[in-house]
Design a binder for this molecule. Structure first.
Ligand code: ZN
Length: 411
């Protein structure tokens, strides 16, 4: 998060080769309000040089724009600038491209170990406690684990490979705290905290819960509202849930429309459960074979099942929409036509899984087991979902009676 700061000192490209640009030296502790920053950080339509003039540089050589958004190198900065163009329509996750969320892909989120530098001195215990609260908040209902390794505190820096990241103090930085994003290498994985974070109107545990949200790939929620710093951030994001002013990823200032700030909202938990998994609700047992989803089976995000002739498939997309797709052979390959979907009911919500329940009801739940959509066919134990070769999706009772269908036969 940014500390409401003085107007950034221009950082000209020629200066970027320097090891350290002390762009915020002497930044006042009682700075201007975020509203003032809003006027100075609006960079929609800016040239790259104008964008660079708002960029700060940390003592470890990394660049920081928009308060607390890190960039590893000049190439990262260039990408950030290139993505500054406005985005139409669509908790908020970073994206590598329009189809791929920027999340940890190899299970790193299950052991996000960290040390807390002894250099915090008298403030260290407060940092340890707040990190513990922040990590526990994310890990309580979600399949992510932040693990404190106190034995590494005496050597807690970005070179220490015995931990996934370090939590270190920084002085003369233009923010109260900042973190890193998925995909960053060890040397770039530091949560920096300034002494001002201990005296902020935003409680320290809330600040660090927000920063740990960035480490999971989350972007600022105010990107959705256009408030605050929204126009100065790249638009490579997607909304995992509907806009949530109470998200921990908003800033809890009126200028930013924030209403939360101290703890995770329901949308925060539902959104991250789609990305990484939930402790509240197990992923569905994946249906196998073709043409049928039996009672007790289902589809998780990104999974699909084909009709037995291979000319239709039922997909629960990575973004949580259930859709029926017709595969049309052509002279040069295939084209695909969506014949039915739950998008109108579930679009924008953090769908987590599609479950063909033992009671006969077909349900899409969030990771907090909140039903987003269902077929109202409960009370018929043993019913199955059939994806027929004619393109119709039908729930049949054990006696073979059709209970529900998409009406897409013959399409
Ligand atoms: Zn932030």
């Amino acid at each position: 998060m940014p500390r409401p700061m003085k107007k950034p000192t221009p950082l000209v490209p020629a200066a970027l080769a320097m090891t350290l640009v002390c762009s915020a030296c002497g930044a006042p502790d009682a700075p201007e309000s975020p509203r003032d920053d809003l006027a100075t950080t609006s960079r929609r339509g800016a040239t790259f040089e104008e964008f660079l003039s708002t960029v700060q540089r940390d003592s470890n050589g990394q660049y920081v724009y928009d308060g607390d958004m890190p960039a590893r190198d000049m190439a990262d900065l260039r990408r950030a600038w290139e993505q500054l163009s406005p985005k139409d329509g669509a908790l908020t996750v970073d994206q590598l491209n329009a189809a791929l969320d920027n999340t940890w892909k190899n299970g790193e989120q299950l052991n996000l170990s960290y040390c807390v530098s002894n250099d915090f001195g008298a403030n260290k215990q407060a940092i340890v406690n707040a990190m513990s609260s922040a990590g526990a908040a994310w890990g309580a209902q979600l399949l992510v684990n932040f693990v404190y390794v106190a034995a590494q505190d005496a050597n807690c820096n970005s070179q220490n490979t015995n931990v996934f990241f370090d939590v270190s103090p920084i002085v003369n930085a233009p923010y109260t705290a900042r973190a890193f994003m998925p995909g960053y290498a060890r040397a770039q994985r530091t949560v920096f905290i300034t002494s001002s974070a201990l005296n902020s109107s935003w409680p320290l545990a809330g600040i660090l819960t927000h920063e740990l949200g960035h480490t999971l790939g989350l972007r600022h929620e105010f990107l959705r509202s256009g408030m605050c710093y929204a126009s100065s951030e790249p638009q490579n994001w997607r909304g995992v849930t509907p806009y949530d002013p109470g998200s921990i990823m908003n800033y809890p200032y009126p200028e930013c429309g924030g209403t939360g700030g101290t703890s995770l909202s329901q949308s925060d938990v539902e959104g991250v459960s789609q990305l990484y998994g939930s402790r509240v609700l197990a992923r569905p047992v994946t249906a196998t074979g073709c043409g049928e989803i039996a009672a007790g089976k289902g589809l998780g995000v990104g999974e699909l099942i084909y009709s037995c002739d291979g000319l239709h498939y039922l997909s629960f997309t990575a973004f949580g929409v259930l859709q029926l797709v017709k595969v049309i052979p052509t002279s040069s390959g295939y084209t695909y036509q969506t014949t039915w979907s739950t998008a109108a009911s579930t679009s924008g919500q953090a769908g987590y899984g599609m479950y063909m329940q033992g009671d006969g009801n077909l349900v899409i739940y969030t990771g907090l087991m909140r039903p987003l959509w269902h077929t109202y066919t409960g009370g018929r134990p043993g019913s199955t979902l059939q994806l027929q070769n004619d393109g119709n999706l039908v729930i049949y009772s054990p006696q073979g009676q059709p209970l529900w269908n998409t009406g897409t036969g013959g399409q």
